[in-house]
Design a binder for this molecule. Structure first.
Ligand code: KE4
Length: 434
């Protein structure tokens, strides 16, 4: 493809004339990897075709929602039927009750559920609820975790514990983030120090159980256990942001994996998104009944939304959850993702490229680093130029990974072993060019 035949180019220029950066979400602009984003014309199964009709094996899948692959026939059929019944009512429907019940069935810690339209909205609302329930203002989040773009969560790490986070975005007043403390992921000592200093002022600790926003970093069992213990001791809430991991790493979400390692483990609140909408705008937050009952119209914590529980989105989400609840779905997905990761690792080793991998269910991460990172700083030691060369080598050959070294990857049920082999073969060629 030469620049003057790449139809993505004029389309990107046109987009930039009317949409800031030409995109409706920054990561799509390819700023981290350079080059021109591929505009998707259509998608089917594990593939999408761009404006040039070039086919790509899709390892983003809308950053998580498309766990069944694009255009699953039963999902299409369900959505088509739902559309005929009406798009949106602003009134309760049975289907949103059924979806909330299904979520509770699969995630027992979510005794009550509130449906919203995006992960940001769910995370923002869970935070407000934690502050309303505890009557406290301070929140603890971790470097490398992303919980959507609510003001008090757009915070970069302060230097050391004493200084609270400073906002990572213009337009967020210092007052709004003065109660947000940013600690190092997997750093138990720092967490304990924070609680010994201000434990009784902390409303909640929020974390990604597997941090997909720094590619793929697992919270250690010890770190998870200490968060659970310290929040309980100090009357703070533990919020699990499973927007990315939810129903992707396991049918019971990441919390079901940690509950196998920590006796009786469960977070107080959980944030969900992506998979539960199956590609339609749908997210949720939920948890212990006594906490959730603080929410309007029952309690004093206000939260609302015109399209919350949207009838088309609930139909799409319900069918998606039904299909991924089939026996063996996640174990099969875990195996397939493993084949991809082990295949890439084998090729990198052959080419003498430092490469580390990890995966769980349909979520994966690879690093051009010899050892798997456990903190954000370690992730960012990756040689960006090397990653970008790898990225574009794969993209040119029709294999579409996340356009940033700190983002995770996604495999769907629609990817076949042949697709995986094709991707590994392409990587063999690309590693040789590095
Ligand atoms: P949304 O508001 O984008 O639906 O969800 C925010 C969010 C919350 N929590 C976690 C753990 C998330 O990963 C996300 C969104 N993830 C990004 C991927 N890094 C979505 C891609 C994008 O921002 O365009």
């Amino acid at each position: 493809m030469t620049p003057n035949t790449d139809l993505n180019l004029p389309l990107f220029e046109r987009a930039k004339g009317v949409i800031p950066g030409g995109v409706n979400s920054p990561v799509r602009a390819f700023n981290a990897v350079g080059g021109i984003p591929r505009f998707v014309k259509r998608a089917q199964g594990p593939y999408f075709w761009d404006t040039n009709d070039q086919q790509f094996v899709d390892y983003i899948g809308s950053w998580g929602p498309m766990i069944l692959g694009h255009g699953h026939p039963e999902v299409i059929e369900t959505v088509q039927a739902a559309v005929l019944g009406g798009f949106s009512f602003g009134a309760p429907t049975e289907r949103e009750v059924t979806l909330a019940e299904k979520i509770r069935e699969l995630v027992p810690s979510m005794e009550m559920v509130r449906l919203v339209s995006s992960g940001t909205e769910a995370g923002m609302s869970a935070l407000r609820l934690a502050r309303g329930y505890t009557g406290r203002n301070k929140i603890i989040k971790f470097n490398g975790c992303y919980h959507g773009h609510a003001d008090s969560l757009l915070v970069k790490a302060g230097s050391g514990l004493a200084t609270f986070g400073s906002s990572s975005s213009a337009g967020v007043p210092a007052d709004v983030v003065k109660d947000t403390i940013v600690l190092e992921y997997n750093d138990v000592a720092q967490l304990e120090e924070a609680f010994s200093k201000m434990g009784n002022e902390v409303a909640c600790v929020i974390l990604e159980p597997i941090a997909g926003n720094m590619n793929f970093v697992r919270a250690s069992v010890e770190f998870t256990r200490r968060i659970r213990e310290l929040t309980q001791e100090h009357g703070a809430l533990m919020i699990y942001d499973e927007v990315m991991t939810g129903f992707r790493v396991a049918l019971g979400c990441a919390q079901s994996i940690y509950a196998q390692k920590i006796e009786g483990f469960a977070p107080d609140l959980t944030v969900l998104g992506k998979v539960i909408g199956g590609g339609m705008p749908m997210a949720a937050f939920g948890g212990r009944k006594e906490i959730m009952q603080k929410l309007s119209p029952l309690g004093p914590v206000y939260q609302a939304g015109t399209l919350s529980g949207n009838p088309i989105a609930t139909a799409c989400g319900l069918k998606t959850l039904e299909l991924i609840s089939q026996p063996g779905f996640h174990s099969e997905l875990h195996l397939k993702t493993g084949h991809l990761m082990q295949g890439l690792k084998a090729e990198a080793d052959d080419a003498g490229i430092p490469f580390s991998i990890d995966w769980q269910g349909g979520l994966f991460g690879f690093y051009l680093l010899a050892d798997l990172p456990t903190t954000y700083h370690e992730v960012m030691k990756t040689d960006g130029a090397l990653f970008n060369k790898f990225y574009h080598g794969m993209l040119e050959r029709g294999h579409y990974f996340a356009p940033a070294l700190y983002e995770a990857g996604f495999v769907s049920a629609a990817h076949t072993e042949a697709d995986i082999d094709c991707t590994v073969e392409a990587a063999r060629e690309v590693f040789k060019t590095l």
